[in-house]
Design a protein around this ligand. Structure first.
Ligand code: UTP
Length: 475
């Protein structure tokens, strides 16, 4: 084939020439758009993934040899050492006062289960004022900055699909009171989707089928976007990682940061004891001396249900996707230093593509594969990784589904229960049902109190104390 464009030539030599099947019939702009997308693709990486995840005989399933439960630091109420918890909190508070911490939200997901049209962070979640998720985090970060006398930087990873809408939302709301110079947006990477034959799929004649590369893509994206360099200039070395769908998260949690610092850890993760044996969470485990997370879908039910002599679950530690990462560890993972690299996982999905004649092909079942990285796969590469227990009610109630489990309703109720607990702890009177759910709606703004401690401080300052009446809003 004479005089092929170098990108097209590269694709042909890699056996991926089908991507340009309709190229000659495209207008100039469309040709340029396709070439630009194609130039982004790391064909060696695609070939490797085809070999290791797709080709017949590629390793199926996860190797569970030598799996054992992972140790973790229990809360004082579960036998943890209260003095060490106190020391951890003090160390974390010092780090916050010294400006060493940045908040980091991964918000590049597609949110298909929720079925909400728009970036998930713009979804309204609070019980009375219907604040969007992004506002809840913004106000926690703002309030923590005031509390520790150092405004925090906040990094937000978006996707190509939701980047512009996310930025526009923050502009429209004036960053919810945060200094715009401290709020940073960057896009995550994309991976091409392939058919079961390993061939890269087209979404349109002039566009590849590209999908976000998973929350694990955040490590590369932090590096590529220059976020790590910015952190270095600002002397930030502790990255507080959390997901966009969980308004309960204590994204600025001094004790959690302190455990990470005192252990000299490069990555520290929160765990909750599983609510029941088959709960659909990742399980913290040890394997060949390394800390790993094994997804429930990869762990046989018999193992999930195993108990010890006292009848306690042998694998109680569930992952709730809250981590602290050391900045230079992220850099090492991103650039592949010392052989560190996140593996890709294969997800078989329905993918919008074209048939041989260039007509849209809508498949009834999975017709191809997306490649995704998971952030918890960084744990086995971290030095001195650590798992720390937290109370579920203090940290975790995600909005994943439109109804049922982990839905707007369950999340709203969990926020209400939390406000009620904080009020009860201060001696306020309010009526709740047996699950701790207040009988009347109320809301505590994160600007008033964003965790039990900050709430107690703010409540102590109120004179006189307000009566807890329906619709009470502490702000
Ligand atoms: P989920 O695993 O819940 O995926 O993401 P999702 O795409 O948001 O939702 P579904 O599965 O389509 O319903 C957990 C967190 O990881 C982020 C999400 O934004 C969410 O905060 N994420 C996920 C990314 O940032 N990028 C990705 O490629 C995937």
């Amino acid at each position: 084939m004479p005089n092929l464009h170098p990108v097209i030539d590269r694709f042909h030599r890699a056996g991926q020439g089908q991507v340009f099947a309709f190229f000659d019939a495209l207008a100039g702009d469309a040709q340029r758009a396709l070439l630009e997308q194609a130039a982004e693709i790391d064909l060696d990486e695609v070939a490797r993934l085809n070999r290791t995840l797709i080709a017949p005989g590629a390793a199926a399933g996860v190797d569970l040899t030598g799996l054992a439960p992972a140790p973790y630091e229990p809360l004082p109420e579960h036998g943890g050492d209260a003095h060490r918890w106190g020391a951890a909190k003090a160390a974390g508070e010092a780090a916050l006062r010294n400006g060493r911490v940045a908040a980091f939200t991964v918000a590049g997901g597609q949110g298909t289960r929720l079925g909400y049209d728009g970036p998930k962070g713009t979804f309204r979640v609070t019980p009375v004022h219907q604040k969007p998720l992004f506002q809840v985090f913004a106000e926690k970060i703002l309030a923590a900055g005031h509390r520790y006398g150092r405004p925090l930087h906040w990094f937000i990873m978006t996707s190509h699909a939701n980047h512009a809408a996310t930025e526009a939302f923050f502009t429209e709301h004036r960053c919810f009171g945060l200094d715009p110079a401290r709020v940073h947006f960057f896009r995550q990477g994309r991976m091409p989707a392939v058919g079961f034959d390993g061939k890269i799929l087209l979404e349109a004649k002039d566009a590849l089928a590209l999908a976000p590369d998973g929350h694990g893509g955040s490590l590369r994206a932090l590096e590529r976007s220059g976020a790590l360099d910015l952190m270095q200039r600002e002397r930030i070395d502790i990255i507080s990682y959390f997901q966009v769908d969980n308004p309960l998260v204590r994204c600025i949690d001094p004790a959690f940061f302190g455990w990470h610092i005192l252990a000299g850890s490069e990555m520290t993760s929160k765990m909750v004891p599983k609510a029941y044996a088959e709960e659909k969470v990742g399980h913290f485990c040890m394997q060949a001396g390394r800390l790993v997370v094994v997804e429930y879908s990869d762990l046989p039910l018999a193992v999930q249900r195993e108990t010890d002599a006292a009848g306690r679950l042998r694998y109680p530690a569930g992952s709730i996707a809250i981590h602290v990462l050391d900045r230079e560890f992220v850099r090492r993972m991103a650039v592949g230093g010392e052989g560190a690299a996140l593996p890709f996982h294969r997800a078989d999905k329905k993918i919008l593509t074209l048939d041989a004649a260039g007509r849209p092909l809508l498949s009834e079942k999975a017709n191809g594969v997306k490649f995704e990285m998971f952030v918890f796969d960084a744990l086995p590469f971290a030095r001195h990784p650590l798992v720390v227990e937290t109370r579920r009610a203090d940290d975790f109630s995600p909005v994943k589904n439109a109804t049922g489990l982990d839905s707007p309703q369950t999340c709203r109720d969990d926020q209400l229960r939390q406000f009620a607990r904080w009020l009860h702890a201060q001696g306020a009177t309010l009526e709740t049902d047996a699950t701790g759910l207040p009988r009347a709606p109320l809301e505590v703004s994160p600007l008033f109190g964003y965790d039990e401690d900050s709430f107690a401080t703010a409540w102590a300052r109120l004179d006189p104390k307000p009566a807890v009446t329906p619709g009470l809003h502490l702000s």
